[in-house]
Design a protein around this ligand. Structure first.
Ligand SMILES: [Zn+2]
Ligand SMILES: [Zn+2]
Length: 255
């Protein structure tokens, strides 16, 4: 990913704490508009300047052309109370070999998928297997993508419980791998909406880490019960895909 520097110098008599609070709101709006990845980032105050270093998927993710109504309104508010402009510069890449997100003109399909350590976009391109910046999708709701990010937070919470093992592990794992769980229902509804908005088939990734998996059951879609094994593993990861139910999954490694 890219690391950006967003800073604002106070050239008025505005109180620093008031500016910091409004600055945090701007960063939250950058997340809701799909421009910024992750909920929090390094942020500090030095003299009269507030600075933050958010992650983005593209070099120009924070460009004005991607701003939504809330981002623009908050920038205007900050610049008015500080009597100066919000400054944005690209610091560099998090990894030297980062090649950027999906640039496919028309992806064959999308996959909704995240995990406990990911701050990438939860929408993956099924053609190139790279992440899709949310601002490339049509507006999902209220100028942004918060319902998708709400599901992402819920999934990350469940995956964290599952990884930590001690509290709610079984419940959280069931949320992730049962097609009828609340988490899956929330995600599948999002997939349907993205597909309606984009006319691109959108699949829900079902986690699979069942103990002693039943080979017969596993080879059939958990929703429509039809065979769903892929002839060839997709992107060296996916083993199952149901085009009817728009579900995609993997063989359980927990044998
Ligand atoms: Zn792509
Ligand atoms: Zn199915």
């Amino acid at each position: 990913m890219y690391v950006q520097k967003v800073s604002l110098e106070i050239k008025s008599d505005a109180a620093i704490d008031e500016v910091v609070d409004a600055f945090i709101v701007l960063l939250n709006f950058y997340r809701g508009s799909g421009q910024k990845q992750g909920k929090i980032e390094s942020q500090y105050v030095s003299g009269n300047t507030v600075t933050a270093y958010p992650f983005t998927l593209e070099c120009d993710s924070l460009d004005k052309s991607h701003n939504n109504f809330y981002v623009n309104r908050q920038i205007e508010k900050l610049e008015t109370i500080c009597q100066s402009d919000v400054q944005i510069t690209t610091i560099g890449k998090s990894h030297d070999d980062y090649t950027g997100p999906c640039t496919c003109h028309k992806p064959e399909f999308y996959i909704l998928k995240t995990d406990y350590i990911s701050i990438d976009s939860p929408v993956t391109c099924g053609s190139c297997n790279h992440r899709v910046p949310l601002y490339r999708l049509p507006v999902y709701e209220d100028h942004g993508y918060m319902p998708i990010l709400s599901w992402e937070t819920n999934y990350v919470s469940c995956d964290s419980l599952q990884m930590n093992c001690e509290v709610g592990e079984q419940w959280a794992t069931r949320q992730m791998q049962d097609v009828r769980s609340q988490l899956s229902k929330q995600g599948i509804t999002i997939c349907h909406t993205i597909e309606q908005l984009t006319a691109i088939p959108t699949y829900y990734y079902l986690y699979n880490y069942r103990r002693r998996p039943n080979k017969v059951t596993q080879n059939h879609c958990p929703n429509c019960k039809q065979p769903w094994s892929l002839k060839k593993r997709l992107h060296r990861f996916y083993d199952f895909k149901c085009d009817f139910c728009r579900l995609i999954s993997t063989v359980s490694l927990n044998t």
